[in-house]
Design a binder for this molecule. Structure first.
Ligand code: NAP
Length: 238
C-alpha cells in the first residue's frame, strides 16, 4: 500500500483521450495511475516499451464497465494497489451514431450504461475509498450541454451525457460535507476514434493529447476553485 503518492483512477484508457491521460500522468512524479478499460493492450505495450523510464507507475485493470462485478472483481483489484484515491476521472464513453428512429433498446442500454450508469456505479464503489479533498472529474460532451448545437444521430449519446452533467451537480451536493469535489467537463470536438464515428469527415482542431493536457491539469488543481460545475471545454462543436 502506498499513501504518499497521488492515486488516480481513469476509465476508458484503451485509446483516445483516456490513453493520452495515462501517458501524461506516467511522465510526472509521485503518482499511481489505475487504468481501467476492456482493452489493455496499448497500456501493456506502453509499460513494456518504457520499462523503467516512467516517473510514475501505471496499473492496467481489464474491466468492462457494463459488468455487474464491481464489488466482486474490480474493487479487490483496486484495493490491492491502494485504499485511498485522490482523483477519479470517469472518462470512458460509448457513442452509437444512428437516427433516433433506428436506435434500438440495446443501443440505448449500451450508451446509457457506459456514459451514466457506470459513473454512478464506480463513484458509489469508490467514494468510501476517496481521500478528503479528492476530485471526481466526469467527462461529458458539448452534446449534453444545455442550449448547445445538437446533431442528428447523437440523440441517445447526447441525452446520456446530459444526464452525466446533472448527476455531477447532484453528486457535488451529496458530497459537500465530505470535502470531496465533483466537476464535469463538457468536451468539444477532439480528434479520436469516437469523433470519427460521430463526424466521419470532420477534422478537429484539438488532438487527444492536447485535451488530455487540459483534463490532467484540471483534475489535479481545479477542485481548489470550483465544485459541482459543468464546464464547456470547446473551441468548435463539432
Ligand atoms: N472525442 C471527442 O470529440 C469528444 C467530445 C466530447 C466528449 N468526449 C468524451 O470524451 C471521453 C473519451 O472519448 P474519446 O474521444 O477518447 O473516445 P474513444 O477514443 O472512443 O475512447 C473511448 C474509451 O472508452 C472506453 N470504453 C468504452 N466502453 C467501455 C466499457 N464498456 N468498459 C470500459 N471502457 C470502455 C474505451 O476503451 P475499451 O474499448 O478498451 O474498453 C476507450 O478507451 C468519452 O467520455 C467521450 O464521450 C469526446
Amino acid at each position: 500500500m502506498e499513501r504518499d503518492k497521488t492515486n488516480i483512477i481513469i476509465t476508458g484508457t484503451g485509446k483516445g483521450i483516456g490513453f493520452e491521460l495515462v501517458k501524461l500522468f506516467a511522465a510526472t512524479e509521485n503518482k499511481n495511475i489505475i487504468a481501467i478499460s476492456r482493452n489493455i493492450e496499448n497500456i501493456n505495450a506502453f509499460n513494456e516499451n518504457n520499462s523503467g523510464k516512467h516517473l510514475s507507475k501505471v496499473f492496467p485493470i481489464p474491466f468492462d464497465l457494463n459488468s455487474d462485478e464491481y464489488d466482486a472483481k474490480l474493487l479487490p483489484l483496486i484495493l490491492k494497489i491502494t485504499d485511498k484515491i485522490d482523483i477519479l476521472i470517469n472518462n470512458a464513453g460509448a457513442l452509437i451514431n444512428k437516427p433516433m428512429l433506428q436506435q434500438t433498446e440495446e443501443d440505448f442500454d449500451q450508451q446509457f450504461n457506459v456514459n451514466i450508469k457506470a459513473v454512478f456505479k464506480l463513484s458509489k464503489l469508490m467514494i468510501p475509498h476517496l481521500n478528503k479533498n479528492a476530485h471526481i472529474v466526469n467527462i461529458s460532451s458539448m452534446g449534453g450541454f444545455q442550449g448547445s448545437a445538437k446533431f442528428k444521430g447523437l440523440s441517445l449519446y447526447s441525452a446520456s451525457k446530459g444526464a452525466l452533467a446533472i448527476f455531477t451537480e447532484c453528486l457535488a451536493e451529496e458530497l459537500k460535507e465530505s470535502g470531496i469535489k465533483a466537476n464535469c467537463l463538457a468536451l468539444g470536438a477532439t480528434q479520436t476514434e469516437m469523433l470519427a464515428k460521430a463526424f466521419p469527415k470532420y477534422e478537429a482542431p484539438i488532438s487527444a493529447k492536447d485535451m488530455a493536457i487540459f483534463i490532467a491539469d484540471f483534475a489535479l488543481h481545479a477542485h481548489q476553485f470550483m465544485n459541482g460545475k459543468i464546464i464547456p471545454v470547446s473551441i468548435t462543436t463539432p
